[in-house]
Write a protein that binds this ligand. Structure first.
Ligand code: PHE
Length: 339
């Protein structure tokens, strides 16, 4: 019996010694100390030991059990320690390495220019109004004095959704909406996306407009010119001059096309202004009395001015952007240059 015990003890201790992880160690625990483990079996064997020898044999069995338990607990601690060290090593962070930076977004040039424009016109008492991009023919055309089948429709290549709905071709539609619902005095600017079937280096089927409307008593062409001069000098430079040329729009009478001195050469003449010193930037005029009356504003009491331009065009002039498409391709190398 003594030999058997020694054998079990030595085997157990050897297995404990060679265990390399806690799982293996647990197997050893079960093999020897578990319910049907070898040491537990020794305890059961006691029944066959003669009465006088039992205390002695019992003592020995207990010694074996203690020895194995002690070895197990020592090794458990050792392995736990080793496993902890390995885990810490695996999780080690080298704080001296350069950080992985977060990419910062930037505002789109059209947003930058739009915000700047809103600031300028807010400073002159205009508030911002927005409207739907899918617009009814009524607001986009008819209330602006462009009846169905009128030749003036040819001025804008329109995407029709059906006979009565269009992708708005101008944010003037928002002005018609405001005039039919609000009483003068009105001072609004309407920024937003508009759509026309037009596509070359300076035209995109989608572009952004910024239109303005002022309706009050005694509004004149002088008010329009003063307002546009202030705008041009703030958005381009203080020495910018403004020139009005006669033109035609169905919703304004008289109508003008507005040029500013070239932002590149300041009027001397260069490639951008094709040597003329002037760049055309917008259409404007005195609101046609017919439009006021159609929208429910008495044209005998009130008059107004309206203007409209492309935010894209202003951005292209301001930043020297050669092709309007660059504003819609979202190439990061391009977009990152504006902050
Ligand atoms: N809505 C016109 C356009 O898109 C611009 C404009 C606005 C002209 C207001 C005159 C008055 O072409």
């Amino acid at each position: 019996m003594k030999e058997k015990m020694d054998k079990i003890k030595n085997e157990a201790l050897a297995l404990i010694d060679s265990a390399t992880n806690t799982a293996e160690l647990n197997d050893v625990r079960v093999k020897y100390l578990g319910k049907s483990g070898e040491i537990s079996a020794l305890m059961r064997d006691m029944a066959g030991v003669p009465k006088e020898e039992r205390p002695m044999v019992g003592k020995l069995v207990n010694e074996v059990r203690f020895a194995v338990e002690e070895a197990l607990s020592k090794k458990t601690e050792l392995l736990a320690q080793a496993e902890k060290v390995a885990r810490l090593k695996a999780e080690e962070i080298d704080v001296t390495l350069p950080a992985i930076g977060n990419e910062m977004g930037t505002l789109h040039p059209l947003t930058i220019v739009k915000n700047e424009l809103i600031d300028i016109f807010a400073g002159m008492g205009f508030s911002v109004v927005e409207g739907p991009e899918i617009e009814s023919d009524l607001y986009n055309f008819q209330l602006l004095n462009v009846p169905k089948d009128h030749p003036a429709r040819d001025m804008q290549d329109t995407f029709y959704i059906n006979d009565n709905m269009v992708l708005r071709t101008q944010t003037s539609a928002v002005q018609a909406r405001v005039m039919t619902t609000e009483k003068p005095p009105i001072r609004i600017v309407c920024p937003g996306k508009v759509y026309r079937s037009d596509d070359d280096a300076s035209h995109s089927p989608i572009f952004n407009q910024f239109e303005g409307l002022a309706v009050d008593k005694h509004i004149t062409m002088g008010d329009l010119k003063g307002c546009l001069e202030t705008f041009a000098q703030k958005i381009f430079s203080k020495d910018t001059k403004v020139r009005l040329r006669p033109s035609y729009f169905p919703f304004t009478e008289p109508s003008v096309e507005v040029d500013v001195t070239c932002a590149m050469c300041h009027g001397k003449g260069c490639r951008i202004c094709k040597g003329t010193g002037w760049v055309e930037i917008l259409g404007a005029g005195i609101v046609n009395p017919v439009v006021l009356d159609m929208c429910g504003i008495d044209s005998k009491e009130y008059s107004g001015f309206a203007f409209g331009f492309g935010i894209d065009r202003i951005a292209m002039i301001k930043y020297g952007i050669p092709n309007i498409k660059m504003l819609y391709e979202n190439d990061e190398r391009f977009l990152k240059q504006f902050n």
